[in-house]
Design a binder for this molecule. Structure first.
Ligand code: ZN
Length: 283
């Protein structure tokens, strides 16, 4: 995610409030009513495709939900747009080494969430440069994964509804491109080679759960998975101090406790922990 923007903001914002303050997650906006069997947290044997700009946005935003889906016997597939190879302040770090570190951290994090590394697809775009990739090619890559896996649901950053939601670089491109890929996946003439060369049929995405949303309308109870989420978040060692400034694979207990405290404040609603999304059917 580069420089731990989400995590850092979460933690700092949390500490700016008292420990008994209200949760600082975006409040629910017009919560949707969804039948129990349509609720993603009740699913079994489904396929969920997660598009993430960097190898950690999936964990930070949706790790509890992903762990719950995996525990329920669903197949969770992750597509990571960038290699996250620039977010270090360690002057001895190289892009090549950081990309390797980030890959290993993501694989460990996903393992802690119950998702095998074989389920992770790396598109490998340079960190911070996703907006300079060819959008038509990028959309085609996302579109191909949708046609290939034919997911029952997708998780992706929220591009906004009436107004475009601001995201930092890579996140805004990932949000927009993934949404554009939904449309392209419906029509075989957008990327006809997918059908002609690989036999991939068009596909309409039934429902999307947008994360990093400023207007969430849906929440998933992740109380049971909260510890796994903390452990998985802490697996992204290089994204937190002191490792971000001087890389070490070990995380001091104080940093771990800071993550746990910050995320507890962020996710706690009354007596449970939640993750919030904007749910949209047939996007
Ligand atoms: Zn990110």
């Amino acid at each position: 995610m580069r420089l731990t923007i989400s995590a850092t903001l979460v933690v700092l914002a949390f500490f700016a409030q008292s420990a008994s303050a209200q949760p600082i997650a975006s409040p629910l906006v017009n919560p949707v009513t969804v039948a129990d069997d349509q609720r993603i947290e009740t699913w079994h044997d489904k396929t969920i495709l997660v598009f993430t700009p960097h190898p950690d946005d999936d964990t930070f935003s949706s790790g509890g939900t992903m762990a719950r889906l995996a525990a329920n016997g669903n197949k969770v597939i992750i597509v990571i747009y960038t290699n996250d190879n620039k977010g270090s302040k360690d002057l001895e770090m190289t892009r090549e080494r950081l990309a390797q570190i980030r890959r290993a951290e993501e694989e460990k994090a996903c393992g802690l969430l119950g998702i095998p590394k074989e389920n992770i697809h790396w598109l490998g775009y340079e960190d911070g440069d996703l907006e300079y990739a060819d959008p038509r090619v990028l959309r085609g890559e996302a579109c191909r994964f949708i046609k290939m896996y034919r997911p029952d649901a997708i998780l992706s950053p929220d591009p906004g509804t009436k107004w475009v939601q601001w995201h930092k670089t890579d996140h805004r491109m990932a949000a927009n491109i993934t949404q554009d890929a939904f449309i392209a996946a419906e029509w075989h003439l957008y990327y006809p080679q997918h059908l002609l060369d690989e036999g991939l049929q068009p596909y309409s995405v039934p429902v999307v759960y947008y994360f990093y949303s400023q207007e969430p309308n849906y929440e998933v109870d992740i109380t049971t998975q909260f510890d796994a989420k903390i452990q998985a978040s802490a697996a992204h060692v290089s994204q937190f101090e002191p490792s971000n400034s001087k890389y070490t694979p070990d995380m001091p207990p104080a940093t771990y406790n800071m993550i746990k405290t910050g995320f507890s404040g962020y996710h706690k609603v009354k007596d449970k922990y939640v993750e919030r999304f904007r749910r949209a059917e047939a996007p």
